[in-house]
Ligand binder design. Structure first.
Ligand code: ZN
Length: 669
């Protein structure tokens, strides 16, 4: 596996050299991944990826593998190389180096042992009344130390010029409430393993009655899980979110000292707090007096230990991996220490590391070509909006106006964050994590004061993900997304439209879907759909729900077409618009046949190759519960079958497995 990863890396480095003489562009397809015994008309995904699926094994430290994990692995190698070779030219570089060194210095971490952990555990154990419990909940939340509900600053959906505090339900450590509530044997054995995990960490930290505490904590969390809103409904249930001030919280949700909880996090200074699921919080508050304090203390201790164990002694670190890695996701081996170090430094000094990454790995020359692709995608959307018969003419006007104002950010920001006030020490990992968290909180608090500041990027350049921010009407394409196979500067454009084009088209699509309809072109809250638009949109969406609900999940269940709807719509929009944009780019010229494929065939094969994925069973189960995306093979085939262009590119006929009759194809754009 490792040898292959390096080979791929080498190929890519070679490929990125400028060509010596003008040669015909390559197709950019991974031909070695095709399975020619499968017809694309029957299964585009297996035709494009069959050989790859056959020969590839999931690396032991991964829970799934495919294009995006591969890109992440490659980016991690780049970052490691950058960080380990830092000369320390300035204070920021020295901080990156010291932060990284503090993760790598495992001997020092063992020497420190539990010396920094025990004082917090003693503080938790000294809780003697429910008010102190609330204070400690707030304290742990403020420092990223495992508090029960995470508060985050976000844009007020009703007034996007305002930043407000959102708090979501929580209090449970398993990935989804179903793990607590399902009665099948797998869920029961996960719960047993969870109790064993709690017992292990309690014992390792010297708790008096580890078994009894572990059992009580599970019972408490089962009750909390019962009060939670199902994750499947959480997107829909955004509508249930409600704003409260502290007085209202005390009045309407008695039992929990909300002020004591808010103070350590500075939430007492916020005018209102938005609770994502008010029913959950009211049920939680009601339980506070009913459950013995001893159980609450054990519950908080488990949360704290689990949060800090990646930065602490081996015994805790390993216990965490055994349960959250091996049992819950099927991961076979922990990630190498250097990978953990890269992730942590990259997460907390993201702009500093990202700047070095972008300098080295983002080719400024690519920017023009990417801008051209994005320009054609916007033009394609313009055409599609004009043709969309489900929108009333005034609605189309709003959509076009919004499209005109859409911003695309490519590669990296031009202004970088300042780390001069951050204190980093080479032999103090836990201290570094605490300090960096405080530093981040202060940074975000300053941003709260200036919500309209626009030079801040919400994503770092080394992030392998594209994002659309509705309240800014902005698509972000970080540098790490702009490498093969998403964007290949040396390939003919067809594959770039099939990959980058479809992905950007997907993101732009979120500007015009059920979420995007609530914001105008400036990002201000404004619903520009009429009830009639909504009805005809729903009619089309329902067809897509039915289509995806007909697919299997790989775990003998049916896919939930409703939960994955927004993302499936995004894929359909993205792919449809990518085809249009590709046609615009051709300016009526016939594209060459390369490697035996026409231009549009290459576009569709690359689209399907983008989704090649292997997933461990344990992780698949978790993903089905918590993920809003359909499994990869259905994303690949499910979007393509709705397009006339797919049928014509491969001559798909009645009788072929992927044939869908023209009047049954779902057409949004
Ligand atoms: Zn999406």
């Amino acid at each position: 596996m490792i040898a292959r990863a390096f080979a791929a890396l080498l190929l890519c480095l070679l490929a990125s050299r400028p060509a010596a003489s003008p040669e015909p562009l390559k197709s950019g397809l991974d031909l070695s991944s095709l399975d020619r015994s499968v017809r694309p008309q029957d299964d585009l995904y297996r035709f494009a990826n069959g050989a790859w699926l056959q020969r590839t094994q999931i690396p032991p430290d991964r829970v799934s593998y495919g294009t995006f994990p591969e890109l992440t692995d490659r980016t991690e190698l780049y970052l490691r190389e950058i960080i380990e070779n830092l000369a320390g030219r300035n204070a920021t570089e020295r901080k990156i180096r010291d932060f990284y060194a503090s993760v790598m210095d495992e001997r020092r971490i063992e020497e420190i042992g539990l010396a920094t952990v025990q004082p917090v555990l003693q503080r938790i154990d000294s809780i003697d009344r429910t008010q102190a419990l609330a204070t400690e909940c707030g304290r742990l939340s403020s420092g990223g130390g495992g508090g029960p509900f995470q508060a985050s600053a976000g844009v007020d959906a009703r007034d996007t010029r305002r930043i407000v505090i959102h708090v979501s339900q929580g209090g449970t450590l398993l990935p989804d409430r179903q793990y607590y509530l399902d009665t099948d044997s797998v869920s029961a054995s996960v719960r047993r393993a969870y109790v064993a995990y709690l017992t292990t960490i309690y014992r390792a930290t010297g708790r008096a009655e580890p078994e009894a505490d572990a059992a009580n904590v599970l019972e408490l969390e089962v009750a909390l899980a019962r009060a939670q809103t199902p994750a499947a409904g959480s997107r829909v249930s955004l509508a249930h979110a409600q704003a409260f001030n502290l007085r209202e919280l005390h009045e309407r949700m008695p039992g929990f000292d909300w002020t004591a909880w808010a103070k350590p996090q500075g939430l007492d200074r916020a005018a209102v707090i938005i609770l994502g699921q008010p029913d959950f919080f009211s049920a939680f508050a009601k339980r506070v007096e009913d459950v013995p304090l001893r159980t609450w203390k054990a519950w908080l201790a488990a949360r704290y230990i689990t949060a800090i164990s990646p930065f602490s002694v081996k015994a805790l670190h390993e216990a965490r991996f055994e349960f959250f890695g091996r049992v819950l996701t099927g991961q076979r081996a922990p990630r190498a220490r250097w990978k953990q170090a890269v992730s942590l430094v990259s997460a907390h000094m993201g702009d500093a590391v990202g700047r070095l990454y972008a300098e080295k790995h983002f080719r400024p020359a690519s920017r023009d070509r990417i801008e051209r692709i994005v320009g054609n995608l916007l033009e394609a959307y313009r055409q599609a909006v004009n043709e969309a018969d489900w929108m009333a003419p005034p609605t189309r006007g709003h959509a076009l106006a919004k499209l005109d104002r859409l911003e695309t950010r490519i590669g990296h920001p031009s202004r970088w964050r300042d780390y001069s006030q951050l204190d980093v020490r080479p032999h103090d990992l836990m201290g570094n994590v605490e300090r960096v968290q405080k530093f981040d909180n202060a940074y975000h608090a300053r941003r709260l004061a200036r919500p309209t500041e626009t030079d801040h990027w919400f994503v770092t350049p080394q992030t392998v993900n594209a994002t659309y921010l509705p309240w800014r009407n902005e698509v972000i394409l970080p540098a790490a997304m702009l490498q093969p196979p998403l964007f290949d500067p040396d390939a003919d454009d067809a594959v770039n439209y099939g990959a980058l084009g479809a992905v950007v088209g997907h993101e732009i699509g979120h500007a015009f879907d059920q979420q995007g309809r609530r914001y105008d072109g400036s990002g201000a809250a404004f619903d520009w759909w009429t009830p009639a638009d909504h009805q005809s949109f729903l009619q089309r969406a329902r067809l897509l729900v039915d289509q995806f609900s007909g697919y299997g999940t790989g775990t003998n269940e049916r896919l939930n077409g409703q939960v994955t709807l927004a993302e499936n719509l995004g894929d359909l929009a993205g792919l449809a618009v990518a085809v249009r944009a590709y046609r615009i780019s051709l300016q009526k010229k016939d594209p060459p046949v390369i490697d035996g494929f026409t231009g549009e065939q290459r576009l569709f094969v690359r689209w399907a190759q983008l989704w090649r994925t292997l997933v461990r069973d344990e992780y698949l189960r978790q993903a089905m519960l918590t993920n809003h995306h359909a499994p990869a093979e259905h994303r690949a085939n499910g979007a393509a079958v709705n397009l006339d262009a797919f049928h014509s590119a491969f001559g798909v006929q009645p009788g072929d497995k992927l044939f869908v009759a023209p009047k049954e194809r779902v057409r949004i754009w």
